[in-house]
Design a binder for this molecule. Structure first.
Ligand code: 13P
Ligand code: SF4
Length: 312
């Protein structure tokens, strides 16, 4: 029976070769999961990689919407997800039926949806975006064209503020991790570490983003920490990213921002943490669970993602 880390990773590596499989992993997954990834990235980089990759099987170590996006872009590949229960509170805050009804109220609006949505919502979307490119996507739309932005009210509000566009209607969704960060505790940490820079994901509330030295996607935050002369950072996003930060910048220090209730572990995404080495191994062995979807929905969703990739 396979038991320890070394045995698990060696069996996974062997199966990847035998089956011509690649593992894509998001920065929020567990460090041991990141260790078996062929590509580690933010949601934009992983979407692009899923499209370009030359392999028979893509195993997506991340949450369901990310694996769905890979399948939309790579319909001929087998896309596997180790734990199909790994959802996303943001994607779940916007179901396709309710969204269709909402959209019907704004017939003149163009729909921009964050990639953290189900394939059904993407099929109702004109252009997708991620937190890396949301600003570019919105700026690419003529200023007089009204927009529906879904599903994250915080990212939407942040882009609205940056662009000064008052013709953006926001869907009222949020992420259970990013909404929980405590402004008070971040400011206490800043008092203890006055030289530290505060880096914030745009899914956080506006009051938290307002005290940031930098606001951006996971990949944007990593670049900022690398380029900045500062050696200490208060990190206001899901704590899984600290593994990559420490790997990339071993001489800098990173302080995870606490949630309002420090006992709840809410600065961790419970869905991302559902992916384990054991579930990856079982998934590769069984080539299941697999992402499947009907072709009409896939095609409609693909258009919105390709529109995004064409912008950035
Ligand atoms: P990124 O687009 O920064 O990878 O973030 C994805 C996500 O799920 C944030 O919670
Ligand atoms: Fe979804 Fe939030 Fe988890 Fe990101 S951190 S995958 S937005 S629940």
């Amino acid at each position: 029976m396979v038991e320890n880390f070394a045995q698990l990773t060696s069996r996974i590596e062997q199966l990847k070769k035998e089956k011509n499989a690649v593992i894509l992993a998001h920065y929020y997954t567990r460090p041991q999961v990141q260790a078996v990834a062929d590509f580690l990235g933010d949601s934009l980089a992983l979407s692009v990689k899923a499209k370009e990759i030359d392999a028979k099987i893509i195993l997506f170590a991340g949450v369901h919407f990310m694996a769905e996006t890979a399948k939309v872009l790579s319909p001929d590949k087998k896309v596997l997800i180790p734990n199909p229960e790994a959802g996303c509170s943001l994607a779940e805050s916007c179901n396709a039926e309710d969204f269709a009804a909402f959209k019907a109220q704004y017939p003149d609006h163009l729909v921009v949806s964050y990639v953290n949505t189900t394939v059904g919502v993407k099929a109702l979307t004109d252009v997708c975006c991620t937190s890396s490119n949301a600003l570019e996507v919105v700026k690419s739309i003529p200023a007089d064209k009204p927009i529906i932005f879904a599903p994250d009210r915080n990212l939407g509000g942040y882009i609205k503020k940056l662009t000064g566009r008052d013709n953006m209607v926001l869907w009222d969704g949020a992420c259970h991790v990013h909404e929980e960060f405590s402004l008070e505790k971040i400011l206490e940490l800043k008092k203890e570490h006055p030289e530290a820079k505060i880096v914030v994901h745009p899914e956080c509330k506006a009051v938290v983003a307002a005290v940031a030295d930098y606001v951006g996607s996971t990949a944007g935050i990593l670049s900022y920490c690398g380029e900045s002369e500062a050696s200490e950072f208060i990190v206001v996003t899901e704590a899984g990213i600290l593994a990559e930060m420490k790997r990339k910048f071993p001489n800098k220090s990173f302080i995870p921002a606490p949630p309002v209730d420090s006992t709840c572990g809410c600065n961790e995404c419970r869905y991302m943490k559902m992916v384990s080495l054991e579930s990856i191994l079982a998934c590769l062995e069984n080539e299941a669970p697999e992402i499947v979807m009907d072709e009409a929905t896939r095609k409609a969703a693909e258009r919105s993602i390709l529109n995004m990739i064409a912008i950035k």
